[in-house]
Write a protein that binds this ligand. Structure first.
Ligand code: ASP
Ligand code: MG
Length: 419
């Protein structure tokens, strides 16, 4: 017997038929003797619609009321799944965030979970063999007694937090892909599903553009050591052999990964913009004059490169910001021109960031150097580079994104061999 959390995202509960399919998945685990808590998202498209309604009602909406509105999507699916489960003879009860309660901070719209008491759910597993169906994405700020939500994609985080609270053996994330891949299979058809990936690597992949899970959920899994298993929700429950390991990817501690590759995966993002400040005086305080105002404007600066200007006396400073903040960043720098002192400001939004990730890089030198020559052979220019212990990122022209990802994917031996 094991204790499981099963999380189903929006596409898996998109209509009543799919909710019934989810109920059969849950029944399969209950019949196998497991104790189960299910965490559900809103039906796909619902949260977007609710967000839109808030904006339409008033562009300056109160985020406490935004949470009251957007939390309703999960309330519906939790109730419906409990009904579907009871309909096929499985004891079940739905739980809203405030009922458990899932206690959070009061940052409405992106609250953080502070505490969950799992005792009541555990007691109901034991005494009534009852499945808990928990509405994802939502919680309660106790001091003000208001509903909160955890930010878009937050039901992943709800699931991992519930798993930690009830000390589950595993947290299964059922989704519309059957695991985590070495890179996006739509770009590289020879991408492979990973059997296992370490928390740290998954954290980088998720932060750098892979959209499998909310970043915070991976962080939480790492802190509480929750084994997270990403698997497909589209398999028919009847076709799953309970005695075999299903296909999917386990996110776990690195010690559990026996055959560690140097490179595990490649992420990419086109949501980047490059800004270059030309001919800046090379003197103390300049970086502060540039990055101070950007940080005050809440703009997240990522890659930073400094090099000697064409005149040989001053420096050029290049950095990246999220594409959505591009214009705001230019305006912020232009406003601070007096304090910075530069001759020209330019930038580009047709850039992409390619990131190569792998815990094996800690013990292997020269991994990035291989990438530089492979890209040079294909005449792909590198505009900026950053490195850390387990990853490096390269900024290139967006037009070369796919070529660069494919090139590096083969270079590091990630291509699936033809069957
Ligand atoms: N329904 C919420 C969203 O669409 C939370 C989630 O699905 O994870 O962002
Ligand atoms: Mg999601």
């Amino acid at each position: 017997m094991a204790r499981l959390v099963m999380k189903f995202g929006g596409t898996s509960v998109a209509d009543i038929d799919r909710i019934r399919n989810v109920a059969r998945h849950v029944k399969r685990e209950v019949d196998a003797g497991h104790e189960v808590a299910v965490v559900v998202s809103a039906m796909s498209g619902t949260t977007n619609k609710l967000v839109e309604w808030c904006r339409e009602a008033s562009s300056l909406y109160d985020t406490r009321e935004y949470d009251a509105v957007v939390a309703s999507g999960e309330q519906v699916t939790a109730g419906l799944l409990a009904i579907a489960l009871e309909g096929i003879g499985v004891n079940a009860r739905s739980w809203q965030g405030w009922q458990i309660p899932i206690l959070t901070s009061n940052v409405h719209g992106s609250a953080r979970i502070r505490d969950i008491d799992g005792a009541e759910l555990i007691q109901r597993f034991k005494e009534r063999k009852e499945v808990a169906v928990v509405a994802g994405f939502q919680g309660l700020h106790k001091e003000t007694d208001r509903i909160t939500t955890l930010g878009r994609g937050g039901s992943d985080t709800s699931a991992v937090a519930i798993a930690a609270a009830i000390r589950a053996d595993r947290c299964d994330i059922y989704t519309d892909v059957d695991g985590v891949y070495t890179t996006d299979p739509r770009v590289v058809p020879r991408a492979q599903r990973l059997d296992k990936i370490a928390y740290e690597e998954m954290l980088e992949l998720a932060s750098l553009g892979a959209k499998v899970m909310q970043v915070r959920s991976v962080e939480l899994g790492m802190v509480h050591n929750v084994r997270i298993f990403v698997r497909s929700s589209f398999d028919r429950p009847e076709d799953i052999d309970p005695h075999k390991n299903p296909p999917g990817t386990l996110i776990c501690e690195e010690d559990e990964i026996v055959e560690q590759q140097t490179v595990t995966g490649i992420a990419f993002s086109r949501d980047e913009a490059q800004i270059s400040i030309r001919q800046v005086q090379d003197k103390p305080g300049v970086a502060a004059a540039i990055f101070g105002p950007l940080s005050e404007a809440n703009i997240n600066v990522d890659m930073i490169v400094q090099n000697v200007s064409a005149d040989g006396k001053t420096t050029d400073l290049t950095f990246t910001v999220p594409a959505a903040d591009y214009q705001r960043s230019l305006d912020t720098i232009a406003k601070a021109k007096g304090a910075i002192g530069y001759t020209r400001l330019d930038g580009a939004t047709d850039v992409a960031k390619i990131s190569v990730i792998g815990i094996g890089m800690r013990s292997h030198a020269g991994v990035a150097a291989q990438a530089f020559s492979a890209l040079a052979e294909r005449s792909i220019n590198i505009r900026a580079i950053t490195t850390s212990e387990i990853k490096f990122s390269l900024l290139i022209d967006a037009a070369f994104t796919e070529l660069a990802v494919r090139t590096l994917h083969s270079l590091y031996g990630l291509d699936k061999t033809a069957p």
